[in-house]
Every structure is written in C-alpha cells, then in structure tokens.
Ligand binder design. Structure first.
Ligand code: NDP
Length: 327
C-alpha cells in the first residue's frame, strides 16, 4: 500500500483526500518509482481545487512532476536504484502522477537525475525551473543575449518567474521583474532583479504599439499582460509565452509582429522532446546554486498540499512548494 492524494469527481465538484492505495492500482508502465519529492505547480493547484478542467480521467492522483528512485524496471534505460526525474507528459492530468509515495510510468517519460542535483533539489527546481530554463533557451536561440537589452519577467514571485529571474541574472541579463507583490521587492532583488515594476501597469487593455521598453520577455501571465508586453517590445525582440496566470486569452493586435518584427515564442514543457529536456536540466544542474533553492522553496506534506493548493491559486505563495510524500 502507499499514500497518495486522490481526486474524485462528485457531480461537478472535485474532492481531494489522502488515500491508501494498492500498488496493483497503479497505471501500466515499465518503471515503478518510489517518489521522494513532488511539487505544487499552478496546474496542480487547478487540478486539486477543480478550478479548471485539468484532470481528464477519474479518480486521479495529481502531481505533474516528481523525483525518486526506481524500484522496478523492465525498461532498458533504467535499472533498480537509479535516480530519476519526471516532468509533464500528462502525468497528473490523464494518468496518475507524483503527489504520492509511488508512481508507475513508461520509461521514456523519465530522465536521469542530473549530476550535481539531489532529488530534493530537482523538485525544488521542478517544472517551474525547467520551464523557466526552456524559456531562457528559447530567447537565446532567437538571438537575445545579455548585451541585447533588458528582459522582462512577469509573475515574478511565482515559481517560473522566480527561476527565470535567477537564471537570467546569473547569465548577466538586466532583468525587470513584474509583480503584484511590490512588498517582495527585496526578495526579487535578491534573486537578481535589477528593477521591479507593478504588474498592474500591464494588466489592462493598452495601445497596440507602445513605447519600446524591453528586448525580451518571459511571460507566465498571458491575457492583456502578454498583449502589452508585445506592444512594448523593442524592434526585433522576442517574447517567450509560457503561462496564463491572468488568463488564457490573448487580446492583442498583430502590430508588434508586423511593424517591429517581434517574435512570439511558445513554450511547452509537457511534451517537449527528450533532447530539449536534457539540455534544460543539464543547464539547471550547472547554474542553479543551492542558495537560490533555499530562497525559493518551502516544503509541505501530502496532507498540507491540499489546502496549500488553494493558497497557490490565490497568489499567496512565494516561490516553489515542494511536497515530501513520506513526511
Ligand atoms: P505560480 O502560481 O507559482 O506563479 C504565478 C504568478 O503569477 C503568481 O505568483 C503571481 O506573481 C502572478 N499572477 C497570479 N495571478 C495573476 C494575475 N491575475 N495577473 C497577473 N499576474 C498574476 O505558478 P507557476 O510559476 O508554477 O506557473 C506560472 C504559469 O505558467 C501558470 O499559468 C502555469 O500554468 C504556467 N506553466 C506553463 C508551463 C508550460 O509548459 N508552458 C509549465 C509550468 C507552468 P506576482 O505575485 O509576482 O504578481
């Protein structure tokens, strides 16, 4: 038996509870993992509270990422005792995920725990840090480098935003952090933000083209914020769109794209191919120091993760929440 968060549907409501489950109930897969850590991502918050239709099959064990040790494997890439990391692939959405003491998945979903990171470090970084790195790498692939100009990061106090600031600052970028929590300015400066702006200045409908302010952006917010970011991006700049904390809509015009040559780069962590995952995690292992991790994470048990999911959606959590299912 193992402990897990179990989501069940009652009418249109999602009910979350702690359950003791039998290993025989785990989904098919050639690798069974003893989960050491999982995390609470925005998407997990949506799944646990039922605020958005993230969960596709019921009952569901949520948790879109985990790290742990292989317990059983018939996959040629992984043997018993190997340390592994999983991000995405629909885990926690359409098949049982990481907010549990055990998980079973196809081996191709897993990557080896990168050298230099502990299982806890890997989940402190989690899908948020991995997505932040995919976003930074997308900007750089498109030619945006530290001497190109300022980079805006939105949702600055969130998981993706916090890691994006830390990664960009360490690489020598001048980072402008946008937040609704200006009282956290010192914390954001500690992560490496050179300037902090009020997210309200980007939140409402704005002009199709605005004063050019940044050459690149990593946006975890979407909606009017993303439209305003594009409208204020300098000629030839690049905007990496990775999230929808304000909304899934994109009420923009094509003006920044056709008059300023701005590029909108979409970032998907869920189905990213193996090569991109390995490149992102390799860079994370080299660049993220444990001091940053300590400044970004807090830790909860499976039981505590259920109420914490609501706080996350209310924007009341700073940085990353890791979940120790064995607490
Ligand atoms: P968090 O909840 O940790 O952070 C989201 C942050 O967005 C908040 O901390 C807050 O930052 C800001 N925010 C919240 N509500 C609003 C609002 N109404 N308007 C403007 N800003 C708001 O989430 P994550 O960092 O884990 O994820 C961020 C987004 O990225 C989510 O939408 C998530 O679904 C998406 N995501 C996408 C991935 C992909 O593969 N593309 C992978 C991972 C995440 P502050 O208080 O500083 O303003």
């Amino acid at each position: 038996m193992f402990k897990a968060i179990l989501l069940e549907q009652e009418g249109t409501q999602t009910k979350a509870r702690i359950a003791q489950l039998d290993e025989a109930q785990l989904p098919e897969g050639d690798v069974t993992v003893a989960v050491e850590y999982s995390t609470l991502n925005y998407k997990d918050g949506l799944a646990i509270t039922g605020k958005s239709p993230v969960v596709r099959t019921w009952p569901m064990v949520p948790g879109i990422d985990f790290s742990g040790t292989v317990e059983v494997s018939t996959n040629s890439r992984f043997g018993v005792g190997d340390k592994v990391v999983l991000n995405g692939w629909g885990v926690g959405e359409n098949r049982w995920g990481g907010l549990a003491q055990k998980a079973r998945v196809p081996g191709e979903f897993l990557i080896p725990l990168p050298k230099g990171l502990s299982a806890r470090d890997a989940m402190a970084i989690g899908t948020a840090g991995y997505t932040a790195m995919l976003s930074v790498q997308a900007l750089e692939r498109a030619g945006i480098l530290p001497n190109s100009g300022d980079i805006l990061v939105t949702g600055a106090n969130g998981g993706v935003g916090s890691f994006a600031i830390a990664i960009l600052a360490k690489r020598g970028y001048h980072v402008i952090a946008s937040t609704g929590r200006l009282e956290e300015t010192t914390r954001l400066q500690g992560l490496g933000a050179a300037e902090v702006i009020d997210r309200q200045s980007l939140a409402d409908k704005g002009k199709p083209l605005q004063k050019e302010r940044w050459v690149g952006a990593i946006d975890s917010v979407g909606s009017y914020t993303l439209a305003n970011i594009c409208a204020a991006t300098k000629y030839g700049g690049v905007v990496a769109a990775c999230g929808l904390a304000q909304g899934m809509d994109f009420p923009a015009t094509v003006a920044p794209f056709i008059l300023r040559g701005v590029t909108l780069a979409g970032i998907d962590s869920v189905n990213a191919p193996l090569a991109k995952r390995l490149a992102a995690w390799g860079s994370l292992a080299q660049e993220i120091d444990t001091k940053i991790i300590d400044a970004i994470v807090s830790q909860v048990s499976l039981e505590q993760a259920i109420p914490t999911a609501s706080l996350l959606l209310e924007g009341r959590i700073k940085g990353r929440v890791i979940v120790d299912p064995n607490l």
